[in-house]
Design a protein around this ligand. Structure first.
Ligand SMILES: Cc1ncc(C[n+]2csc(CCOP(=O)(O)OP(=O)(O)O)c2C)c(N)n1
Ligand code: SF4
Ligand SMILES: [Mg+2]
Length: 348
């Protein structure tokens, strides 16, 4: 990769890279689009987590959201696939190279409509990746049609009134057995960046469903996907902080009942400080109840809805060799004819 020339006073992360080394091309999204704020948060989270950009694969489908990977991590691998097919690409890429850090970026249309089947099977398999849904309630790229996450009764300029109940993509993720389900808002970059760092440390699929307003087609009064609505209704479940494994604070002891630590498989910690309510993010039924109660539309709860570090990932379930398949020599990948005969003999 090429690194930019930066003055020595600019800080570097644990692997000696500047934040600018994680940036991408200039944005062509509309000014103020939530997707661009999320792109900047991904830059910050990857920098702070000291991820190696050459190990990252950005994978997306089709939509304004799906084209946003061009605007972050310019030195990483990237594939912009077919509409709704990002999960297949991610499954293939992480299966042949289990060392990849996969970041999937999708939209509510890309995931909730054409890609819903792919989404559910990715979660069922627990493919090791971060899956970001940039949810604006419309098909932004094709000029603002209502999507599967648009609220009942919602009006939009060109799409009329929505008479069909929405899908809740966090609920879909929980039902499919996803071990990391979070919800956030493009207008709260601090919370989103912390959740993203935790998602990078999670083993298995981590879904972040992020309210990401489309300022051109769905940011008006009454829209539950607008900046104003997000700001007025955002109800954080907890104050969240992420403590990486190599941080000295990880050994600090907290006696207060207001703090709950969730340890991730690599030893890093998600620290949740209680806000108003009691909430146990390891209780899947509690997460479902919370989402069900929210259908009234009074609140928009954000934070870590559910975490389960126990599930094996796809490559673990398949008992794949530790060495990534792409690094296996040809003689291991193509066993000789005698090996096939020995195998066949076992079934005779
Ligand atoms: C097979 C197929 N069907 C339809 C389309 C047209 N199309 C392109 S993007 C899109 C919807 C994108 O919506 P979303 O995923 O919510 O992304 P946004 O633009 O809102 O970020 C559609 C229907 C397509 N490209 N391919
Ligand atoms: S049309 Fe909407 S989603 Fe697309 S770039 Fe513009 S604001 Fe963003
Ligand atoms: Mg959309």
């Amino acid at each position: 990769m090429t690194t930019t020339t930066t003055p020595e006073t600019v800080p570097v992360n644990r692997i000696g890279l500047h934040k600018s080394d994680y940036q991408g091309a200039s944005s062509t999204l509309c000014n103020g689009c939530g997707h661009y704020s999320i792109a900047n948060v991904i830059v910050g989270a990857a920098y702070e987590s000291s991820l190696d950009p050459t190990r990252i694969a950005k994978i997306s489908g089709i939509g304004c959201s799906s084209k946003s990977p061009a605007y972050f991590l310019g030195s990483s691998h990237s594939i912009n696939g077919l509409h709704g097919r990002m999960p297949s690409l991610a499954t293939g890429a992480t299966t042949v190279n289990r060392e990849l850090i996969a970041i999937g970026v999708s939209g509510d249309g890309d995931t909730g409509s054409i890609g819903l089947g792919q989404f559910k099977h990715l979660l069922r398999r627990n493919v090791d990746m971060v899956y970001i849904i940039e949810n604006n309630g419309v098909y932004g790229l094709t000029k603002g049609q209502l999507s599967a996450t648009a609220d009942l009764g919602q009006k939009i300029r060109h799409g009329g009134v929505n008479h069909i109940p929405p899908l809740d993509l966090c609920m879909e993720a929980l039902i499919a057995g996803c071990g990391f389900v979070a919800r956030s808002f493009a207008g709260d970059s601090r919370q989103l960046q912390t959740l993203l760092k935790a998602a990078f440390a999670h083993r298995g699929t981590a879904v972040l469903n992020v309210l990401s307003p489309c300022v051109t087609f769905n940011n008006g009064e009454g829209s539950t996907k607008s900046y104003l609505w997000g700001k007025e209704h955002d109800l954080p479940l907890h104050e969240i902080s992420f403590i990486p494994l190599d941080h000295e604070e990880i050994h600090a002891e907290y006696a207060t009942g207001d703090i709950r630590d969730v340890t991730l498989h690599d030893g890093s910690i998600i620290r949740l400080k209680k806000t108003a309510s009691e909430y146990d993010p390891t209780n899947r039924l509690a997460a479902m109840t919370l989402l069900e109660e929210e259908r009234s539309g009074q609140h928009f709860t954000t934070g870590l809805l559910y975490i389960n570090e126990e599930r094996q990932t796809l490559v673990e379930q398949e008992q794949m060799v530790a060495l990534p398949l792409v690094q296996l020599p040809p003689e291991k990948l193509r066993p000789p004819r005698e090996a096939l005969e020995r195998l066949n003999a076992r079934f005779r």
